[in-house]
Design a protein around this ligand. Structure first.
Ligand code: CAA
Length: 241
């Protein structure tokens, strides 16, 4: 059987592009989603990729879902793409503790919840590929995003630490730091603010989800076994890090 990949937040935006790219590359793909049933069903119908609804911020839900996926496919998860993420943008003086915790638990907590539940079989199988989707805003910070920037910055540290632990078991762990990509998340930025941001992108445009998916496909390949602990910035030159 081909390698089995789980993509969190895999039915919309960047995640949808990752799921379909990996399927086209010959992997078996399972796509997680959190809430948008309508979009997930349409995704499933269009791409014939199985969908799994669970909350990535809930450790026990992740554990149960991974067991379910293992049993459905009769195979361990070889490739994990921690892509699910949300924003709750606001300046800190207007930010509620709920908006802080929700983003930390969903964007960063999910990386622990998922990785913890696949790592044991990856170690046993002496193979694994984990790609965590960070952000330019975790590298450079962003006005209105202390929660998101902290969570995404945490992902970059998480990646480097887990890369050290996984290396002896042929488990590579890398991050991608997307810049501003044309998705619902970026479309929600106030137009005036977004226009200023785009003006600061040397390539002169937003990125496309497929441009992130190409990076993921590169990093999860069997041939990418010597790349670990790295962060691939795909941001049109907006931040050179
Ligand atoms: N730097 C400096 N000042 C800024 C600023 C910035 N980046 N953005 C806004 N300001 C200033 C404004 O100019 C304004 O000042 P004036 O009143 O003097 O003009 C002041 O801050 C208040 O701005 P707003 O009117 O926008 O304030 P608000 O309270 O209505 O909204 C906000 C604040 C929610 C943070 C809003 O500005 C916002 O949504 N900003 C976008 C944040 C952003 O870029 N999020 C990225 C989402 S996409 C993503 O996260 C994906 C990824 O990984 C890249």
């Amino acid at each position: 059987m081909s390698r089995l990949a789980l993509v969190t937040g895999g039915t919309r935006g960047i995640g949808e592009a990752i799921s379909t790219r990996l399927k086209d590359a010959g992997y078996i793909v399972a796509a997680n989603y959190g809430s948008n049933d309508e979009k997930a069903k349409a995704f499933n119908k269009e791409h014939d990729i199985p969908i799994y609804k669970f909350d990535v911020s809930d450790f026990d839900a992740c554990k149960a879902a991974i067991e379910q996926i293992r049993s459905d496919f009769g195979h361990d998860i070889d490739i994990l793409v921690n892509n699910a993420g949300i924003t709750r943008d606001n300046t800190i003086h207007n930010m509620t503790p709920e908006c802080w915790h929700k983003v930390m638990e969903t964007d960063l907590g999910s990386c622990f919840n998922l990785s913890r539940n696949v790592i044991e079989t990856m170690r046993t199988n002496n193979f694994g590929r984990i790609v965590n989707i960070g952000s330019i805003n975790g590298q450079a910070g962003q006005y209105g995003q202390v929660n998101y920037a902290a969570a995404k910055s945490g992902i970059h540290g998480f990646t480097k630490a887990l890369a050290q632990e996984g290396a002896r078991h042929n488990i590579t762990v890398n991050a991608i730091a997307p810049g501003y990509i044309e998705t619902d998340m970026v479309r929600a930025v106030p137009p005036k603010v977004l226009a200023k941001i785009v003006a600061g992108i040397p390539i002169g445009r937003l990125g496309q989800p497929e441009e992130i998916a190409r990076g993921v496909a590169f990093l999860v390949a069997d041939e990418a076994g010597f790349i670990t602990g790295s962060t691939m910035s795909i941001n049109g030159g907006q931040h050179m890090y």
